[in-house]
Structures are given as structure tokens and as C-alpha cells.
Write a protein that binds this ligand. Structure first.
Ligand code: RIB
Ligand code: CA
Length: 313
């Protein structure tokens, strides 16, 4: 399979960190052109710092990290320290990064990259709120037809909400941005809670990270140990859903996932259901089928891939 050129747009977040590590551990599948940080789990200053911490953990201070938007398009930022901790990467003790942020704004990096690379050769992997992506579309609509695919983590249908009764966090933080992205007509693959809630960090899986006897393995085990307490208390599950790495795993082994090409619309009006991904799973409307909406995962295969690749770092 050809190496996929990607930009990861992210709000690290422990699960974002694992997604970035998986991408950096897979050079035969992924050419990571850059990382753009966005405000989400924690404010932008921290997400931009955390992205660099993860690159240095992977031994890759050469990766270009850009700061993007520090607030949603029109709304006040909602963060998730209750899940990810005050730093966004709570769990292990972490040193400040030495590598510098790029001077260019993350949105301009997205625009310039899509204009420079041959049309149809760059995939965007947003794993936080969609503010940077939507802003790029607003500033430079010419880039939209040049995108190969958007593979994002966000939304929910059967699993309904994790930040409100009806909305998943990434969509809820910036529903106007999500509406722009889901309506842009770009080939869209969505990893909603419906699939990520089937990829739980059970104890044997966390132990597999710890048994790597590597700094990366220890960090990932410590991050998942910390991160899972919220979901285990809330859902009574035997681990936490490792949301964001599902996007990168899909690029490497798409056969791990099954879903349907359906219509997905974003609620931006109702205060009660703001940020809901209204997924026409049963195809009861004739609205355009704008998204490959994933529902099932080979969780053992997913964790086997993660363990094999992270052991390389
Ligand atoms: O709802 C899960 C998503 O919100 C993940 O991307 C997690 O990192 C948080 O950003
Ligand atoms: Ca995230």
C-alpha cells in the first residue's frame, strides 16, 4: 500500500499522544508532514506543548509542530481536564519539550501544504475539535478538492454522547466547525464513539505496553492507566476507549474496521442536542451519504498492531 502523507490535527490528550506515536512508529505506512495543535482537551498552549513532548518521546524532535486556533469558531472553549488532567497528559512526570514550535500558524501550514502537494495526495487526520480544519476551509476553499481524505475521530450514534447526553466532545466543542467539515464534500471516514468504545484499554493490553520495558511503553501504560479512570467510573467498563489511535490504525490496516457510508449531519441550533452527529444509519432519508461511519473494530488486532508498532520506538 502506498505511504500516506498526513497532517495530524490534535489536542493532546493521552489518546492523541498514542495516535501520534503510532504514526511515528509506522514510516512504511505514514509520512507525517506535520502536526497542528488545536484547543480542545486543554488550552492551545498546552496542546502545542504536549504535541512536542510526544515527538521528543518518540525521538523525533525534527517533526514540525504548529499552533493553530485557540478557541472555537464562534463559541467559548470547553475543555476536558476532568478526563485528561490539568496538563492534558497527566499520569507520568514529563519534562518540558526542548524542540521549538514552528512560527507559522497551523491553519496556514494546512493551506500551504495542500496547495503545494499534488492534489489528492494528502490526508487530514483531525483528532480534536475541527476548528483548524474549518478555518482552513473558510480561508482557502480551493484546498477542499485537493484533499485525499479526512479520517477523523468524533461523533457518536448508538453510543450517544460523552460530554453531554447527545454529543461527543470533539464535535461538541466546535459544532459550527464540524458542520463545515461534514458538509464540505471531502471523502470522510469517521471514527465515532460507536467504534472507539469497543477498543478498551484492558489490563492485559496495558500490561503489554508496560512489558516493552521502554520509555514509550512505560509512558503509554501510565497515560492509559490515568486516562481510563474516568470511563471506568462512568461506564463501569474494564478499561478506557483508546479513541484517537483508531484513525491512524485505519490508515495502516483498514480491514480492522467496519462501517457504513451514510449521511451524518451536525446539530448546531438546539441547546439540548448541540453537537450531536445525526447519523442516518438506517438510511431513512435521502440526504447525501457524506461519511463512512465506523461501527465495528477487531479490537485484538488493533491492540496487536499498537503493541507491535510502539515496540519499535
Ligand atoms: O471524545 C473523545 C475525543 O475527545 C478524543 O479525541 C479525546 O482526545 C478528546 O479530544
Ligand atoms: Ca483528541
Amino acid at each position: 500500500m502506498a505511504v500516506r502523507k498526513i497532517i495530524i490535527d490534535t489536542d493532546p490528550g493521552q489518546d492523541d499522544a498514542v495516535a501520534i506515536l503510532l504514526a511515528l512508529a509506522s514510516p512504511e505506512d505514514i509520512d507525517l508532514l506535520g502536526i497542528t495543535a488545536v484547543a480542545g482537551n486543554v488550552p492551545l498552549e498546552l496542546t502545542a506543548k504536549n504535541a512536542r513532548i510526544v515527538c521528543e518521546l518518540a525521538g523525533r524532535p525534527d517533526v514540525k509542530v504548529f499552533a493553530g486556533c485557540d478557541a472555537p469558531l464562534t463559541r467559548k472553549l470547553v475543555t476536558a481536564e476532568h478526563v485528561h488532567g490539568k496538563t492534558g497528559l497527566d499520569g507520568p512526570q514529563l519534562d518540558d519539550p526542548k524542540m521549538q514550535l514552528q512560527d507559522q500558524h497551523g491553519v496556514d501550514f494546512i493551506i500551504d501544504t495542500l496547495r503545494r502537494e499534488p492534489a489528492g495526495t494528502v490526508t487530514l487526520c483531525p483528532i480534536g475539535p475541527l476548528t483548524n480544519i474549518a478555518t482552513a476551509f473558510q480561508r482557502a476553499p480551493d484546498i477542499i478538492p485537493r484533499i485525499q481524505e479526512i479520517v477523523l475521530m468524533g461523533g457518536a450514534y448508538f453510543e450517544v454522547g460523552n460530554i453531554t447526553p447527545t454529543a461527543e466532545f470533539n464535535i461538541f466543542v466546535d459544532p459550527e466547525a464540524a458542520k463545515i467539515v461534514f458538509g464540505a464534500g471531502v471523502p470522510l471516514t469517521v471514527m465515532p464513539l460507536d467504534v472507539t468504545h469497543k477498543a478498551l484499554t484492558t489490563k492485559p493490553r496495558i500490561d503489554a505496553f508496560r512489558s516493552m520495558n521502554s520509555k514509550v511503553g512505560d509512558m503509554v501504560a501510565a497515560w492509559t492507566d490515568f486516562f481510563e479512570r474516568f470511563d471506568m467510573e462512568k461506564y463501569g467498563s474494564e478499561g478506557a476507549p483508546l479513541h484517537d489511535p483508531c484513525t491512524i490504525a485505519y490508515l495502516i490496516e483498514p480491514q480492522l474496521f467496519q462501517g457504513r457510508q451514510i449521511n451524518v449531519e451536525i446539530e448546531t441550533e438546539s441547546e439540548l442536542t448541540l453537537g450531536m452527529t445525526v447519523a442516518d444509519w438506517w438510511r431513512v432519508t435521502d440526504r447525501p451519504k457524506n461519511a463512512m461511519f465506523m461501527k465495528d473494530i477487531d479490537a485484538s488486532g488493533f491492540y496487536a498492531l499498537l503493541a507491535a508498532r510502539l515496540a519499535r520506538l
